[in-house]
Design a protein around this ligand. Sequence first.
Ligand code: ATP
Ligand code: MG
Length: 371
Amino acid sequence: MSAVEVVHLTKVFGDKVAVREVSFRLEEGEFLVLVGPSGCGKTTTLRMLAGLEAPTRGEIVIHGRRVNDIRPRDRNVAMVFQDYAVFPHMTVYENIAYGLRSRRAPAAVIRERVPQAARTFRIDHLLDRKPRQLSGGERQRVALARAYVRDADLYLYDEPLANLDAQLRYQAREDILALHRQKGKPSIYVTHDQAEAMALGDRIAVMRDGRIEQLGTGAELYQQPRSRFVAYFIGTPSINLFGITLREETGSLVAEHAAFRLTVPPERRGALAPYRDRPLDLGIRPEDLHVPRLAPFPVDEGNQLQGIINVIEPLASGSVLYLSTLGEPAADFTATVRTRVPASYLGKAIPLAVNMAKVHFFDPETGLAIR
Ligand SMILES: Nc1ncnc2c1ncn2[C@@H]1O[C@H](COP(=O)(O)OP(=O)(O)OP(=O)(O)O)[C@@H](O)[C@H]1O
Ligand SMILES: [Mg+2]
């Protein structure tokens, strides 16, 4: 039995389908991230799990119990919201104690757990303050401490770090993972930041227009995206997409673009042959473009393209290059190379080797990956 099972969950508001047929299972101790653009149904999904919104159709089962008709407070689900939802008239202590009190926890349990949670989140010196006397990061930790004192069956987080600056976000992420590991309960975390999703999730569900477009580990989504949408959403900088036509030439398939011709590896031939002479979208991740002398594969005529360097962004151990293809119309693309490219290369054309074993092809009409 899975810890959480969601089956064909659907929510319709008037004529708007906010969540469509969402299904997934969550095992004990698993951390699932829901990620996707604004309006794709992430919050609505969480609110249905918490019992704050009634599903139009579908089932929610937690530890084998169908909870559709069970009130939020009886579901034993803890939720941390984006706006923290701390009570302004209560002290930090009372805020943290609230979830325990409302479930009639014995006073001794409250006296023990509240200070312990406050220490865990480094707010034990703030227990007498009111929320307005706290910084955003401190308020956020109050909300986390309040979830932490409870022994919930499921922990839900709706963009809890959205209002924090980069440094605090990093720290708060660690806090959330620490909380998760200590509790060992299933957690679902919503964000629209793919980098955060990759950093936190055991598995990630990419949502689009109310549906789960793909659910898998970060590595699966990155290496085997089901669609152009997932390919583009996961990874920074985003995957480069080029409109190409597949041509048959002396026994091999060639991806033909106005500015380059790339030979398709023979093992991809079977899946791609039906698309001969048809337009396709070719996806090349910035990390799969290499300075030829540093390429981890043999470089030849069939796996190189040229680009003019427009911008060089230095990284700790390499550079992000923003380039344009030669020829008209020029296409912009990005390469993350493992060498520091000096500024003297700006405006110059350089060759880049493409790791053809890792490129992606998408049907331009359906957006689905061809494998
Ligand atoms: N109470 C409601 N009544 C009508 N439409 C709603 C309601 N709540 C949400 N919606 C609509 O449902 C869709 C999904 O909303 P939801 O809040 O779940 O998106 P989200 O993925 O959380 O987006 P964001 O990243 O902006 O928070 C949106 O189009 C939204 O306008
Ligand atoms: Mg939302």
